[in-house]
Design a protein around this ligand. Structure first.
Ligand SMILES: CSC[C@H]1O[C@H](OP(=O)(O)O)[C@H](O)[C@@H]1O
Ligand SMILES: Nc1ncnc2[nH]cnc12
Length: 297
């Protein structure tokens, strides 16, 4: 079996804390300048593709959406050599056509979170990346193909409202987000997607609809039991989606993303070289490895 040049990072959401059937699996602790990631990272291979799996809430679901250290998770996946990050997430539906059991390949986000660190940058090294298109089109297309091959009913495209939680929404909030034409709601994909962009890692998310939140007159208000019941019913399709995307990328040598995500910091850094704080740069060693390496050349 030949090695290929993808290293796929997978962020497993609620209900997905481990992956089986992998080759050479090994859980490895990675520390970061931003603190500890949610758990050790499962290093493994399948079909010649390198995989790095991180359960977003930790094994046993120990971390709430607010207490996940999103910066540490993305930095650790970067240190682990990931070229791309695929997120799997449970979401509530905000629109009738997105039914429990469906899979949504999200293409936009509205970020309503407010109690999280949202950037690797700040005083001493300022950067402004574009998140106009927060998802990597190419990875999203492959993820959609994989989910279909795994037997999912797939919606390509959908706007994900990221709320702070941990409580689910009030009915008025749910109606407000519906009015904003959001399609699904969850608590974790922001700032994760923004941080992946800062780390120059193409990101896409497969959102698994588990409930109708609390707006649908024909359905009960969401609770954790309902979420877990739908996730359990669809667990094989979720794991199948991971297997299928690996099969697909095993056949497809990786080229840089057409949107230039891997070099997007070139147009984002604004602090003048002589005004950059060396201590801050040291923390950014993984995130800025390409840029600082290029500076040195
Ligand atoms: C267990 S229900 C709420 C919980 O599930 C989703 O998490 P994830 O995106 O990691 O699958 C949602 O965002 C909440 O964190
Ligand atoms: N209705 C909902 N709201 C927020 N996060 C969710 N995760 C799954 N269902 C959800």
């Amino acid at each position: 079996m030949t090695d290929n040049n993808w290293t796929l990072g997978i962020l497993g959401g609620s209900g997905l804390y481990d992956l089986d059937g992998l080759e050479n699996p090994e859980w490895i602790e990675i520390d970061t300048p931003w603190g500890k990631p949610s758990d050790a990272i499962l290093f493994a291979e399948l079909e010649g593709v390198k995989l790095r799996f991180l359960p977003r809430h930790g094994r046993g679901h120990k971390l709430s959406p607010t207490s996940v250290n999103y910066r540490a998770n993305i930095d650790a996946l970067k240190r682990a050599g990931c070229t791309d990050i695929l997120s799997l997430s449970a979401v509530g539906s905000l629109q009738e056509p997105y039914a429990p059991g469906d899979f949504v390949i999200v293409d936009q986000f509205i970020d309503r979170t407010f109690a999280r660190e949202k950037s690797f940058f700040g005083p001493g090294m300022v950067a402004h990346v574009s998140v106009a298109d927060p998802v990597c089109d190419r990875l999203a297309r492959l993820a959609g193909n994989a989910a279909i091959a795994a037997g999912a009913h797939v919606h390509r495209g959908g706007t994900y409202l990221a709320m702070e939680g941990p409580q689910f929404s009030t009915r008025a909030e749910s109606e407000l987000y519906r009015g904003w034409r959001c399609d699904v709601i969850g608590m974790t994909n922001m700032p994760e997607a923004k941080l992946a962009r800062e780390a120059e890692l193409p990101y896409a998310t497969v959102a698994m609809v588990t409930d109708f939140d609390c707006w649908h007159p024909g359905h009960e208000n969401v609770d954790v039991f309902a979420v877990i019941a739908t996730l359990t019913k669809n667990a094989e399709i979720a794991k199948g989606t991971v297997r299928e995307i690996i099969k697909i990328i095993a056949q497809t040598p990786r080229t840089p993303s057409p949107a230039g995500i891997e070099t997007n910091l070139d147009a984002a850094l604004i602090t003048a070289p002589d005004a950059r704080d060396p201590k801050v740069l040291a923390k950014l060693d993984a995130i800025l490895a390409r840029v600082l390496g290029a500076d040195k050349a």
